[in-house]
Ligand binder design. Structure first.
Ligand code: SF4
Length: 372
């Protein structure tokens, strides 16, 4: 499958793969799975991802070819799912079922990102996904919680996330599985203010998420957000000589580090920077040891001396700890090895997701876009 009709402004998939989805035939995909099974030495029976740029856009399209040809909208799903979009996931459900039935295939996972505002339109798909294709954790990409940045990203509001979470938990319970959602967020996207990042940090704390790796926006070729970043104008609202919406982008090491620090509010290394910022913002009421506080007043000894999130630590500046992971693996327990998902041998320390981890792709594991 190629293409994406999501149109997220920080991503250029729609620009270089097209907005109209090109879907492979079912038989072609099944044949490839059989080839993987037959030709891969040591194949364990697990297909790590049956997805695409976005996992659940297979065979989805505008209801009318004629309208689709002439439509100039940037996205079929923003600001809301277009009434002309066919959101019936039955072709994908059928594919999942046939793939699962192939001899020698034990498990088919979906590691590409799921467009959850589409998925909630077809609860039967969510049931199928959650019951058979989640390996303990499912990546989804709300990207932010605040309407300001979300409108610049062309991403749906949190109500769609809440509905998806509800379905995810309901179907996981029905299937008798303990599974977690891993939400991804972007720091320092054009249109994001310090207040937006503070509100996102408070949301993360309220919902028990601790981001292990976080990613900050970097302007990349062909992305609309890049135009916002460089021009300070909002191309989604039309560009005119004397009017139009202006967009402020977090720039410079200091502000970008601060936005990342908000995402990793639980890291003591970031506390000095966050304390200073909260006082400057008039939000010193969030410093303390209570549940309503974001960070404590005390500092563990030996921490907070390195400059916080994103402080320079390359060869020139000292040792650097790399944490990048490339597959839907559970959070690391140390700097080098990865822990396997929930299992009797390796149970999660807490029944709630203690650490969310962000990695490679926001909307799909295969996507590359402007983030660092
Ligand atoms: S009419 Fe709607 S569904 Fe059809 S191409 Fe345009 S935005 Fe997409």
């Amino acid at each position: 499958m190629r293409g994406c009709f999501g149109g997220c402004t920080f991503c250029s998939i729609t620009e270089h793969e097209g907005r109209i989805i090109q879907s492979r035939s079912e038989s072609s995909i099944l044949r490839e799975i059989e080839e993987i099974r037959d030709r891969t030495p040591g194949f364990t029976g697990v297909i790590s991802d049956l997805g695409g740029p976005t996992a659940n856009m297979y065979r989805l399209a505008c209801k009318s070819r004629e309208i689709e040809r002439n439509c100039r909208k940037l996205s079929c799903v923003f600001p809301d799912v277009c009434p002309n979009l066919d959101t019936d996931h039955s072709a994908l459900i059928g594919l999942y079922r046939k793939a699962r039935e192939l001899p020698g295939v034990k498990k088919i996972l979906i590691a590409s990102g799921v467009r959850y505002d589409l998925a909630i339109r077809d609860p039967a798909y969510v049931r199928e996904l959650v019951s058979h294709h989640v390996g303990g954790y499912l990546k989804i990409a709300p990207e932010h919680t605040e309407p300001g940045p979300l409108s610049k990203m062309m991403k749906p509001g949190l109500s769609a996330y809440d509905r998806f979470k509800e379905l995810f938990e309901k179907f996981s319970k029905e299937a008798g599985k303990e599974q977690y959602l891993i939400p991804y967020f972007i720091a320092a996207h054009p249109g994001t203010t310090d207040e937006d990042m503070l509100n996102l940090a408070l949301w993360l704390k309220r919902n028990g998420f601790r981001a292990d790796q976080v990613q900050a926006f970097l302007p990349s070729p062909m992305a609309l957000a890049t135009a916002m970043y460089h021009t300070g104008r909002n191309p989604l609202k039309g560009i005119h000589r004397d009017r139009g919406e202006t967009v402020t982008s977090p720039k410079g090491l200091k502000q970008r580090r601060l936005h990342k620090a908000f995402l990793r509010y639980h890291d003591p290394e970031n506390w000095p920077l966050l304390r200073e910022t909260l006082r400057r913002m008039g939000r010193a009421d969030l410093i303390g040891s209570g549940k309503r506080h974001l960070i404590p007043l005390w500092q563990p000894s030996g921490t907070g001396l390195g400059g916080g999130e994103g402080a320079r630590a390359g060869r020139k500046h000292g040792p650097q700890r790399l944490l990048t992971q490339h597959t839907g693996l559970p959070p690391r327990t140390d700097g080098g090895r990865t822990a396997r998902g929930p299992s009797p041998a390796n149970p999660p320390a807490d029944r709630r997701p203690q650490r969310a981890f962000t990695q490679g792709s926001p909307c799909g594991a295969g996507k590359r876009r402007g983030r660092s």
